[in-house]
Each structure stands twice: as C-alpha cells, then as structure tokens.
Design a protein around this ligand. Structure first.
Ligand SMILES: Nc1ncnc2c1ncn2[C@@H]1O[C@H](COP(=O)(O)OP(=O)(O)OP(=O)(O)O)[C@@H](O)[C@H]1O
Length: 366
C-alpha cells in the first residue's frame, strides 16, 4: 500500500493566499508515491516546494488541482484521521512562550489521545534535564529535539520531518537518524524533507528530487549516482600484490584506470616522472571527491596517478594498495574481482560529491 500518494497535484498561491501573492506556482502536476514502510527522502533546493507539499499532505493547504491520499485516507475528506496517525516535525514553527518542554510534550500526547510516558519521549531525544525550562529559553537544537519528541507521541504510522536536522550538531544529527531508523523498524513510514543530500543519504531507501515545483526524479541515491554518470575511486589494501588481480580488474566493464602502490604510497623517482608525464595530459580525468570514504586509508596524493606508477613484478607477494578509478556502477564488480584473487584487508570508496550529483539533476544535466 502507498503511505503517500499524490496525483497531478498543482498548487498555485493566488490572491487568497496567506502571503501577498504575485501568482507563484509552487507545485506543478506532481505525481509521487511513497510506499508503506519506506524511509523516503524529499529533496529540493530552497523554494522548490517541499513545505508546500507537506502542507498539502496535512490539509493545511488545499491543492489547486490533483488528488492526495495519506495512509490510505483521502485528503481533505479524512484529514483528521491523517493527522491522528501522523507525527510532524515542522520547519520553522518551533514552540514559543513560557510553557515548558514537558508541557508541550504532554500536550502532544493528549492531542493524539495517547498514553505515552513524557519522560520516555524526552529521554529518547536527549531532553531530560532542560524539560522544565520554558521553551523560550531553548536553543535551535533543543527546539528540534523537543519537536521530535512531540512528533513521536502516539507511535505515529507516518513521520513527516521537515528539515529535522536544522540547528543540530553532528552528534544531534546522528541521534536523530538513529531515532528515524528505530521508528522505521517499529513500522512507521518516514518522509524526510531536506535540501541537504548528505542528511538523507544515510537513512533513506529512496529519494525524490523536487525542483521549481516539479519532481525531477525518484530513485535510490545509488542509482542516482549511476544515472548521473558519477565516478568512484576505490582504494583496496591487499595482503599481497597479485598481477592477475590487477589484469582482471582492468578488464571489468566501467573501470577507467588501475594503479598499484605500496601502502606507504612510495614509488620510485622514475615511476613518479612517468606518472607525472601522464598526468599532464589528463589532469581532469578524475574529480576530487570527499564524501564517501568508508575507512581510515590515507587519501592518495596524486603522485602515482595513472598506470605508469604501478609496482613491478618484483613486488609480487608484498602488501599493496590497489587504486581503481571507475564509473560508479562498476565499483562493486571491481571490489569483487580483486577480492576473488587476493585477501582484501581494507576498502575505501570516494565518489562524486553529493552536491555535484544534486546539481546534475536540478540543472537538468543528468
Ligand atoms: N503563502 C505563500 N504565498 C505565496 N507564495 C508562497 C507561499 N508559500 C510559499 N510560496 C512560494 O512557493 C514556492 C515554494 O515554497 P516552499 O516554501 O514550499 O519551498 P521549500 O522547498 O519548502 O523551500 P525551503 O527549503 O526554503 O523551505 C516558493 O517560490 C515560495 O516563495
């Protein structure tokens, strides 16, 4: 079953909108289906229409055209039922005033007709302690934690989180992701809206990219990388240098280049010169990337870039580092090919930076 289904949804802000309008079309013929049990990322640059979509899902705004169903209920016909079954962390609407954090959580529990223990919810989001302060004294990060506690009240079937990591430090963002996973494991569908790809990548099964009110694509981030033609650099630490492994990985479809280094990244002067000569003609073949390193292997410094830096057969049998540059789609096959030939002690993957990937779709390059 679909947890969320939008069909042909258009939203035009007209003269009767809340703000003074100059006729903005915030959503244009949007079709979107989020399956029950998914953690779904909803991505888009500022002004793409993400908050408008959420307001339409919750019947805070009526679409100009199209139909909306949430958790099997028609919106707006059954929007009360939708809100009863949905926990929302809104963007930019923090609680204000002299009420304490605990009072806000108690209110959220009561509004859902639930019997949660407020301390348990506050403890889950790391807010036991400050819960007795008026929310007016809360920092942005504390407010986000409190809003999450309120959204969790009543074990909602759907969690709608609008820029939930705003104001959180890296630790807070990680805790937020853990709670998202726990809620999903309990059975909740999670709709995670953000303009930051990194935030959703760690938890989402699939993402939709919205740009200027239109859905540009819906896919897994892995598939988006492949479709955008992203590159990957896979660095494998192997127990012993094996020329057969190198030859085999070179033959894998999508592999662009392979080089072998000693783990200390030392190459002879002659080889450095040869590599430098190759580099002069191909400096841009490999884009620097930062986002996907998976271990502590040293980044390569470029001294051995290109096949000219390979170790000689005299190095056979010694520990080595195999650096494979390939199309993103080929990285799993490259790793498996090396793995089949020699023991692999460590793997690091660098991929096209996420912001480049995002830009490729929103600028219509991919
Ligand atoms: N009440 C309104 N009246 C008129 N225009 C509006 C209104 N609300 C939003 N808009 C416009 O609709 C478009 C989509 O806005 P929306 O807030 O949904 O985008 P968003 O993706 O959530 O952006 P952000 O990431 O900055 O929060 C923008 O051009 C915005 O200026």
């Amino acid at each position: 079953m679909a947890a969320i289904e939008l069909r042909g949804v258009t939203k035009r802000y007209g003269a009767s909108g809340l703000r003074k309008s100059n006729g903005v079309t915030a959503l244009r013929d949007v079709d979107l289906r989020v399956e029950d049990g998914e953690i779904f990322g909803f991505l888009g640059p500022n002004g793409a229409g993400k908050s408008t979509t959420i307001d339409v899902l919750l019947d805070y705004l009526a679409p100009t055209a199209g139909s909306v169903r949430v958790l099997g209920h028609d919106v707006p016909e059954e929007s009360v039922r939708v809100r009863e079954r949905t926990g929302v962390l809104p963007d930019g609407h923090g609680p204000i005033g002299e009420r304490t954090g605990r009072e806000h959580v108690e209110f959220a529990i009561e509004a859902k007709g639930a019997d949660d223990d407020p301390d348990e919810l506050l403890g889950r989001v790391g807010m036991l302690g400050p819960e007795e302060y008026p929310v007016a004294q809360y920092s942005k990060g504390m407010t986000q934690r409190l809003l999450l506690a309120m959204a969790l009240a009543g074990e909602p079937d759907l969690l709608i989180l609008d820029e939930p990591t705003t104001g959180l430090d890296p630790n807070g963002a990680r805790e937020m992701r853990e709670i998202i996973r726990e809620e999903n494991a309990r059975g909740a569908t999670v709709f995670f809206s953000s303009h930051i790809l990194e935030q959703v990548e760690a938890v989402c099964d699939r993402v939709a990219i919205l740009d200027r009110g239109e859905i540009v694509t819906v896919d897994s981030i892995e598939n988006l990388r492949e479709r955008a033609g992203g590159t990957a650099t896979v660095t494998l630490e192997v127990a012993n240098h094996d020329e057969t492994a190198v030859e085999r990985v070179r033959a894998v479809d999508g592999v662009v280049s392979v080089r072998v280094e000693s783990p200390a990244n030392t190459v002879s002067a002659g080889r450095v010169a040869a590599a430098a000569g190759k580099r002069a003609g191909g400096e841009n073949e490999q884009r620097p990337s930062s986002s996907q390193r998976t271990d502590s292997a040293e980044p390569t410094d470029g001294a051995g870039r290109g096949d000219g830096a390979e170790r000689s057969d005299g190095d056979a049998g010694k520990p080595a580092r195999v650096v494979v540059t390939c199309e993103a789609r080929a990285k799993a096959a490259a790793i498996a090919t090396i793995h089949d030939c020699v023991p692999v002690t460590d793997v690091a993957i660098e991929e096209t930076p996420l912001e480049d990937l995002f830009a490729a779709f929103t600028e219509g390059v991919a």
